[in-house]
Design a protein around this ligand. Structure first.
Ligand code: FES
Length: 259
């Protein structure tokens, strides 16, 4: 879900027929989660303010036009929200299909992204096949030449702990925001525009190792696609079980995943 806002006032709304009372300023997504309703999402995390970039968490609100993102829409008194209509199911599958169509192996069975949020969400929204095929050689005629096109940069394995594969990046911006807002390092940026944009570490020509990256791993933690992935996970696969623990030395509260 998205971070809750603090307020003494509460708001009561209806989500999928259930009355929910939450603090004023809470997002529709979090209110739904509190009612036990999980809305599909890719870019909302508990650690960063909602950004609304992936468009997977769309909902319908009676009396409002369109399908707003539930992660960036605050609750309102008397609001009536629907999270599981046929229209929403179709839209979410369409959004996921576009993401998957732009992934190596179309995001559904790729070895690098097995078990990632992207793949889990593909299953949640019921995406079983992708109708849009990648162009020959992975490149459309309208694309910039590979040398000038950030989407065709090779895997950056310069960091000792993790690798970055631009081909799997969906430009959700979570890694850039984690680097800025959680770590305060400002080592990452988005390069290029639209279909040809990708995350890039450092200045032009730099890789992860020569950038300002301090190897904190905040970017890897938030990446929903496997574009940023620990080298141990690439080699051994994702852990099957998570254990949350805090190391006794410093009390920062890092969380570890353990098999
Ligand atoms: Fe709301 Fe991504 S989770 S737009």
């Amino acid at each position: 879900g998205t971070p809750a806002r603090r307020s003494n006032r509460t708001v009561t709304l209806t989500i999928d027929g259930f009355a929910v009372t939450v603090p004023e300023g809470t997002s529709v997504m979090r209110a739904a989660a509190l009612a036990g309703i999980e809305i599909p999402k890719l870019c909302a995390t508990d650690s960063l303010e909602a950004w609304g970039s992936c468009r997977l968490c769309l909902v319908e609100i009676e009396g409002r036009r369109g399908t707003p993102a539930s992660c960036t829409t605050p609750v309102a008194e008397g609001m009536v929200v629907h999270t599981q209509t046929d229209t929403l199911r179709r839209l979410r599958r369409g959004v996921m299909e576009l993401y998957a169509s732009d992934q190596p192996q179309q995001g559904l069975a790729g070895p690098m992204n097995r078990g990632t949020p992207l793949q889990r969400m593909a299953a949640v929204v019921g995406l079983n096949a992708v109708r849009y095929k990648a162009p020959e050689g992975g490149r459309m005629a309208s694309h910039a030449e590979p040398a000038d096109n950030p989407r065709f940069r090779p895997v950056d394995a310069s960091n000792p702990y993790f690798a970055y594969d631009p081909a799997q990046c969906i430009v959700c911006n979570l890694c850039v925001r984690a680097c800025d807002e959680i770590q305060g390092t400002f080592a990452l940026t988005i390069e290029g525009r639209g279909f040809e944009s990708r995350m890039r570490p450092g200045m032009a020509g730099e890789d992860y190792l020569s950038s300002d990256c301090v190897s904190c791993g905040a970017c890897v933690q938030v990446c929903p696609t496997g574009s940023l992935m620990e080298k141990s996970v690439i080699e051994l696969g994702l852990p099957t079980r998570s254990v949350v623990t805090t190391c006794a030395y410093c009390g920062v509260g890092c969380q570890f995943e353990a098999e």
